[in-house]
Design a protein around this ligand. Structure first.
Ligand code: HEC
Ligand code: HEC
Length: 183
């Protein structure tokens, strides 16, 4: 009996996360795979990263155009359910195409300046850091520009800001296309 009861409540928790996530699907895709170049995919990200970022948006300490206002009404429980739901969804890359020259140059810059943290070509992610490989290209480019400019509420280690400050707009464009094109 106990076993059956705990199974039921686990299923109810999954459903609750998916239910709340209906508010997010219009921009991030129902299962967290975005179809728009300027909106990020969030499927399969570390649950703790998702929960932290959503809390930071909500508290207004993380730069946002939309997410700050959008998260105002959510309880901590809602945020935990959303984070668990998206963490369990399978990641799917953006399928962005890029020519061989762009990919080679992007890979070179990534190896020299970003790979030390964003390992395995930006595929590695954990509680501190999101996946970059296969992310939507315009979202990546905007995030890099905002962080290079040192925009308030854009979080990053000092070494990342230094790496970005060494890059031109063109480098950032190339890097965004390289990263977005990776599986
Ligand atoms: C109207 C479009 C829209 C909706 C709806 C929306 N988002 Fe977002 N989301 C964005 C945008 C745009 C960003 C980039 C930050 C910003 O500018 O607000 C973002 C960023 C994020 C990020 C950070 C991604 C990263 O790579 O760090 C997470 C996590 C996120 N949203 C989760 C959610 C969740 C969960 C919901 C539903 C409660 C939601 N979003 C609803 C547009 C939206
Ligand atoms: C010292 C480690 C470090 C280095 C070097 C570094 N990053 Fe990051 N990066 C991080 C961390 C940690 C975050 C997450 C910060 C946050 O938003 O909370 C991050 C976040 C990002 C994001 C935001 C992704 C998203 O989904 O919102 C982008 C884009 C990014 N990095 C690109 C780069 C690029 C391009 C380089 C090289 C020019 C680079 N980073 C170098 C550690 C690093």
């Amino acid at each position: 009996m106990l076993f059956a009861a705990s199974l039921t409540s686990a299923a109810a928790t999954d459903d609750a996360g998916e239910w709340i996530a209906f508010a997010c699907g219009g921009c991030h895709g129902h299962a967290g795979v975005s179809a728009a170049e300027s909106l990020p995919s969030i499927a399969g990200f570390d649950r703790r990263y998702l929960a932290r970022v959503l809390r930071e948006f909500q508290k207004g300490v993380r730069h946002s155009t939309i997410m700050g206002r959008l998260t105002v009404g959510y309880s901590l429980q809602d945020i935990a359910l959303l984070a668990s739901y998206y963490a369990e969804q399978p990641w799917e890359g953006s399928g962005t195409g890029a020519d061989a020259g762009t990919i080679d140059r992007g890979r070179e810059i990534h190896q020299a300046r970003c790979e030390q943290c964003h390992e395995d070509g930006g595929r590695v992610q954990d509680r501190d850091m999101p996946r970059l490989a296969g992310q939507q290209p315009e979202y990546l480019r905007m995030q890099m520009l905002l962080r290079r400019a040192g925009t308030e509420g854009m979080q990053q280690p000092n070494r990342m800001r230094e790496a970005l400050l060494a890059l031109s707009d063109e480098d950032i464009f190339v890097l965004s296309r390289f990263l977005a094109s990776q599986d």
